[in-house]
Design a binder for this molecule. Structure first.
Ligand SMILES: Nc1ncnc2c1ncn2[C@@H]1O[C@H](COP(=O)(O)OP(=O)(O)OP(=O)(O)O)[C@@H](O)[C@H]1O
Ligand SMILES: [Mg+2]
Length: 286
């Protein structure tokens, strides 16, 4: 397909304008929580994987942590297993953890790796009992069941993968001392990882415009102090946004410079956020 001279000039302009952003982020690590709609639609899935490979090619180090809410919901329904959420966290029974672990480790994780590899990237899967980087203990909130809190990640393995040009793809299942799987909200995992490797940015992809205020309007930018105040407002921050905003704030307090909550329904949302001035979500500054 040939393109007109005008659109060729536009493409060149866009590429050229990305230069200062590439220079700024080259060599830096960006943790991306991949979830919600961006994971459901096949066009969005492909363009996400392609953008991640592009980032790596220009010297930025993406680390992907994936969720899987919608797919897990479908699979639990198929098994006729009912479930509920408490403050955005899925209450997990011994029956449901088996299904959740399989969906995340054997279905979603390898799919992302295959897509990344299809664009010429080197995806590296961290999923399943043997390969997982995450050690966890059962949440102190026992009413959540088989939900984990991270105690440790294998940082040296992760850093080694980044050095050897791989793109880590991390499943949000943690493993207990007795080698049982524990369900962890992927926003938490992304935050823990971003904090421990001192990532430059954490990007939490989701299925809404960004964080909405009391009148339902998107907040484009917020500082650390205001975001902590907002998190306390249970009328505004509800459901899945509770762990997400908590994770963003935690990551910033651990030294990550920027946290973005981004609309994954927008094609190329991650690239827009990193390589242009036109971010598409909510930016929280440290
Ligand atoms: N103030 C708010 N602004 C934006 N979204 C909010 C707000 N309060 C609650 N939400 C809810 O949070 C949801 C996002 O979290 P959710 O856990 O559902 O998705 P996700 O984390 O992107 O995907 P997954 O959990 O599947 O990985 C939104 O769809 C919205 O319903
Ligand atoms: Mg969620």
């Amino acid at each position: 397909m040939s393109i007109s001279k005008k659109s060729a000039i536009n493409i060149s302009k866009v590429l050229s304008e990305a230069l200062p952003f590439i220079q700024k982020f080259s060599g830096k690590t960006i943790v991306i929580k991949y979830g919600g709609s961006a994971m459901q639609d096949s066009f969005l899935r492909k363009s996400f994987a392609r953008d991640v490979v592009l980032m790596k090619t220009v010297g930025i180090n993406p680390v992907i942590v994936h969720g899987g809410g919608p797919q897990i919901g479908k699979e639990l329904d198929r098994h006729k297993l009912t479930f509920k959420f408490k403050n955005g966290i899925r209450v997990t029974t011994p029956e449901t953890i088996k299904v959740i672990q399989k969906v995340l480790d054997l279905q979603i994780n390898p799919e992302i790796k295959n897509l990344i590899n299809s664009w010429g990237g080197q995806g590296k899967s961290y999923a399943g009992k043997k390969m997982s980087l995450i050690k966890a203990i059962k949440s102190k909130n026992r009413s959540l069941g088989e939900v984990g809190e991270i105690t440790k990640i294998n940082k040296s393995k992760l850093l080694k993968a980044l050095k050897s040009q791989q793109i880590p793809i991390i499943s949000p299942i943690g493993w207990s001392a007795s080698r049982s799987p524990l369900n962890i909200n992927a926003d938490d995992v992304a935050c823990f990882i971003a904090g421990s490797i001192k990532a430059e940015k954490i990007i939490l992809l989701t299925d809404v415009l960004g964080i909405k205020n009391e009148s339902g309007k998107k907040i484009s930018e917020m500082n650390f102090k205001d975001s902590k105040k907002l998190l306390k407002n249970k009328e505004i921050i509800k459901g899945g946004m509770v762990p997400k905003l908590t994770a963003a704030i935690e990551a910033l307090s651990k030294g990550v410079n920027y946290a973005h909550i981004v609309d994954g329904r927008v094609p190329h949302a991650v690239l827009l956020e990193i390589l242009t001035q036109k971010g598409v979500g909510t930016l929280i500054n440290r």
